[in-house]
Write a protein that binds this ligand. Structure first.
Ligand SMILES: Cc1cc2nc3c(=O)[nH]c(=O)nc-3n(C[C@H](O)[C@H](O)[C@H](O)COP(=O)(O)OP(=O)(O)OC[C@H]3O[C@@H](n4cnc5c(N)ncnc54)[C@H](O)[C@@H]3O)c2cc1C
Length: 334
């Protein structure tokens, strides 16, 4: 039930960060490092954004300093780094209303929490994300059909069918094939969107690839999570048994209430200048939510934007603060 008509709790801080994905967590560290009191709000019950929700077990290869890091481990490291400065986390709360004045911002959540902050940093990524459904009954979701694979071990020793032809589908196929009894990947086209190298590895690993086939239904026993997946290719229907089905058809992203906050948007992303300030003073944005020419939505880019945003917000929080903080090592080479 929405209760934001009357406030159930209120907080004050120097910087409110909306979104506890990798960008928001790194920003929480950085703002803490600069001596600011920070609150981090996220609609999800767990921090980590897309990483926690979609690929906690996957290895990430393009974050500076880590030749390879498991998603879950990167989030743990970000939390440890941020938590040195004891930010307050408001998890399971969606930011729904924004009011601004010359002294700061007031954000209200869907459960009625009000946060008064000198500055706001929006790190809300692609917004709230919901998986694209597969066309079988809802009764299977959670009873054999999953949209996320938070723990690979849940699929150990099972016949797994993965639906999709993109990077997520192939990443799951690659991660699950050593521990599952069998892995079958089904895609409606005969070309894949996933990286060619990963497609090659998965093929070589013996994963069965069924192409030009669409899932059209399922039968079986929901209580036993035993599914017979019906696939249609040309005019024939094939039924394959599965203990678990991973639906990896992508996600529908919705930036939700932020779209109504009066920020300048391009294609449902928040426009920022080179300091990461949005069209509203004291309101900054970083990470996947930002839009500017040449934007690349990667974790490493979000980290850089977070540092730029926090440092440029610093003089708004305390006019005695400059933009450049010096180096965290305490040693400036200049
Ligand atoms: C399968 C997959 C694999 C990927 N692999 C890589 C990779 O190898 N390397 C790489 O660099 N990138 C990768 N990415 C992209 C990377 O995950 C994103 O660039 C990164 O997560 C962006 O971080 P963020 O913190 O900006 O946003 P997000 O991770 O999207 O986090 C945003 C958070 O904001 C919250 N939020 C949204 N709206 C509100 C609101 N109104 N109120 C409160 N909370 C809100 C959301 O719940 C979410 O937790 C991958 C993405 C996917 C889906």
């Amino acid at each position: 039930m929405k209760r934001y008509g009357s406030y159930v709790s209120s907080h004050e801080c120097d910087m409110l960060i909306i979104g506890a994905g990798p960008t928001g967590l790194y920003a929480a560290y950085y703002a803490g490092f600069r001596g600011f009191k920070v609150i981090v709000m996220d609609a999800l019950p767990e921090p980590g954004g897309q990483i926690t929700a979609m690929y906690p077990e996957k290895e990430i290869f393009d974050v500076g300093g880590f030749p390879a890091v498991r998603g879950r481990d990167l989030v743990d490291g970000l939390l440890e780094q941020a938590n040195q400065f004891k930010p307050t986390y408001l998890l399971g709360e969606q930011a729904v209303e924004l009011a601004t004045d010359s002294e700061g911002v007031t954000v209200t959540s869907d459960v009625g929490t009000r946060v008064r902050a000198k500055t706001l940093l929006i790190t809300s990524g692609i917004g709230s994300f919901t998986p694209r459904p597969i066309p079988i009954g809802q009764e299977w979701v959670g009873n054999g059909v999953v949209y996320f694979v938070p723990r690979l071990a849940d699929h150990a020793g099972k016949d797994v069918v993965i639906i999709g032809g993109g990077d997520s589908a192939f990443d799951w196929a690659w991660s699950l094939q050593p521990i599952a009894k069998s892995v079958t990947l089904v895609h409606r086209r005969d070309q894949f969107r996933a990286h060619a190298a990963m497609v090659h590895k998965v093929r070589e690993a013996g994963v069965r690839l069924i192409t030009s086939a669409e899932i059209v239904g399922a039968s079986g026993d929901t209580t036993l999570s035993q599914i017979e997946v019906k696939l249609k290719a040309d005019d024939s229907v094939e039924t394959i048994p599965a203990d678990s089905v991973v639906a990896a058809l992508g996600f529908i992203a919705n930036i939700g209430p932020l779209a109504e906050w009066g920020l300048n948007l391009t294609k449902r992303r928040v426009e920022v200048d080179t300091t990461m300030q949005t069209s509203i003073e004291r309101v900054y944005a970083a990470g996947d939510i930002t839009s500017y020419d040449g934007k690349v939505p990667l974790i490493s880019v979000g980290f850089g934007e977070a540092a730029t945003a926090v440092n440029n917000a610093a003089p708004h929080i305390d006019p005695t603060h400059g933009v450049f903080p010096g180096h965290s090592s305490g040693e400036s080479p200049v």
